[in-house]
Design a protein around this ligand. Structure first.
Ligand code: HEM
Length: 517
């Protein structure tokens, strides 16, 4: 009897019952037909990996809220490509801690004030990892990626760039660039007679301000324009998780090309500043202040910084500020325009402190007196925080609560929105109400831990005073010298998440000069 064609092996494969498959594969092995065995082996490995992926996800997630299963390989990649504030809110409101996975990166999202602050203030368990693309865009040897003591020491040296004396140097630059841009806005408004979306003009104003504050006149006028034109590619690469490889044509690749352009100009500025300071010039920008500080014989910190290293620091400032500051400024305009009663109070304060002289440049001391304006800036960023969360990484198993430990190497994201909209601290939290900051004993001032607009802990924003100052200068100048009316569209209150928050319609303003007569 021919055993090879026994009754257990049907002649027609179309009728192969499932239970006979192993026999069939053994048969094909014996008979030397390797193609089937490879196919089955591959299928078995793939299925095992897919099952393993789910098991690992479930094991890490444990009881945390979040999808019970993760989409194979990509997880919530599609959501992270086009994030919405509503989607984030759903995630934050699903629990103080919740879980998701993107490209097999396990992510724990913290939404409560307690857990968010715990992450920000536990450097032995968690360090910022910025967004996935940041290392490629900023260069992995950028100081912002330092951790622990190295980070603390490096950052201490940079504090010299944000002293009150240094801010005093920047103030004049900020004010004159703001005036120049607002004059251009008005000229364009007069020319077209139409409302303009201020999104891109505001970004350009911020970019030119930053470049001039950082580099003074050490680079030509067109450098700021070129960096600004290219910078949008960097903003677009700031998704929470990007396509992992910087292939030509991808967002990360375009961002890296943009960074190279910016670096060339920033290195040139560092070089020129060193020459100017060596020749005895007075500091006129951040680079000058830095070079002068480190060349002082009494200075105890590190004294040598290459042009490239200085460029990397300035670029880290640009990277951290351009989107956040633009978001803060645009919503500042929108809030003021939507609340004429608040704008009237800002103007009353401007008129009183400027004593009717609108041409005279503002000073830091005058800004100190503008208490209502400062409350407006603070409240605007509370209602619409430019940065709603910052990705951190658990550097080891992080026992964040009594019943949950974040697994080592997970992404762990402190989120700020719920802290800034906590009704027990900010009554009617959605309401834009600068007055809430005027009572020194009121709940908002009594709970500074809730105001996470600039983060908390060792990585708290180094430029926060500078940022507040910049937004205040622009809003003060606009309120004092312009009329602006918000043209409300169905998208005005919709939020676009482009790294930071922006009104979807770019904030359309109808502008005209303010008549003081
Ligand atoms: C409205 C404007 C701004 C907002 C809302 C903002 C917000 C933030 C936030 C939330 C963080 C993370 C904090 C943390 O992890 O605890 C941060 C970090 C940082 N910010 Fe800002 N920022 C703004 C403007 C600026 C400006 C103008 C500069 C510099 C000129 C700057 C430089 C930095 C740097 C260098 C870091 C990282 C600090 C470190 O790792 O030690 N930011 N910022």
């Amino acid at each position: 009897m021919d055993r090879s064609s026994s009754a257990t092996v049907p002649s027609s494969t179309a009728e192969v019952p499932l239970y006979s498959l192993p026999v069939n594969s053994i048969f094909s092995l014996i008979s030397g037909d390797k193609s089937y065995s490879w196919l089955y082996t591959t299928i078995a490995i793939v299925v095992s990996l897919l099952v393993l992926e789910q098991v690992v996800y479930r094991f890490k997630k444990r009881h945390l809220p979040g999808s019970p299963w993760t989409i194979p390989l990509i997880g919530k990649f599609a959501d992270s490509m086009s994030p919405t504030i509503e989607g984030y809110k759903r995630q934050w409101n699903s629990g103080d801690l919740s879980a998701l996975s993107v490209f097999n990166i396990f992510i724990v999202m913290a939404s409560s004030n307690e857990y968010s602050r715990k992450i920000l203030n536990s450097p032995t368990f968690a360090e910022p990892c910025l967004v996935h693309s940041a290392k490629k865009v900023l260069r992995s040897d950028n100081w912002v990626f330092l951790t622990g003591k190295d980070h603390v020491d490096y950052r201490r040296g940079l504090n010299a760039l944000f002293t009150r004396k240094a801010l005093g140097i920047y103030f004049g630059i900020q004010e004159s660039i703001c005036r120049k841009h607002l004059t251009n806005w008005l000229a364009k408004a007069a020319e077209t007679g139409e409302a303009q979306a201020i999104m891109m003009p505001a970004r350009f104003m911020n970019m030119e301000t930053s470049i001039r504050v950082f580099c003074g006149n050490h680079i030509p006028e067109h450098a700021a324009i070129e960096i600004n034109d290219k910078y949008w590619a960097i903003t677009q690469a700031l998704e929470l998780v990007n396509f992992p490889f910087a292939f030509p044509g991808t967002k990360i690749w375009k961002a890296v090309q943009a960074r190279k352009v910016a670096f060339r100009w920033l290195e040139l500025a560092a070089h020129n500043s060193k020459i100017a300071m060596a020749n005895g010039a007075e500091p006129e920008c951040m680079l000058d202040e830095w070079v002068k500080t480190i060349s002082d014989p009494a200075y105890k910190g590190r004294k040598e910084f290459s042009d490239l290293e200085m460029a990397m620091v300035l670029f880290s400032f640009l990277f951290a500020s351009q989107d956040a500051m633009s978001s803060g400024l645009i919503y500042g305009f929108q809030h003021l325009a939507d609340h004429p009663e608040v704008l009237a109070k800002v103007r009353e304060e401007q008129d009183r402190i400027r004593q009717g002289n609108y041409e005279r440049p503002l000073t830091l001391e005058m800004l100190d007196e503008m208490v209502y304006l400062q409350a407006v800036v603070k409240e605007s960023m509370r209602v619409k925080p430019p940065v709603v969360m910052v990705p951190y990484k658990a550097t080891r198993a992080f026992p964040i609560s009594e019943n949950y430990t974040v697994p080592a190497n997970s992404m762990i994201i402190p989120s700020f929105f719920n802290s800034l909209h906590d009704p027990t601290v900010y009554s009617e939290p959605e309401k834009f109400e600068p007055e809430r900051w005027l009572d020194p004993n009121g709940a908002p001032n009594a709970n500074p831990k809730n105001y996470l607009v600039f983060g908390s802990g060792p990585h708290r924003c180094i430029g926060l005073e500078y940022a507040n100052m910049n937004i205040a200068i622009v809003l003060a100048t606009a309120a004092a010298t312009m009329n602006f009316e918000h043209v409300i569209t169905p998208e005005s209150n919709e939020v676009d998440v482009i790294a930071t928050l922006f009104p979807k319609d770019g904030c359309l303003l109808k502008m005209s000069p303010r008549n003081h007569a």
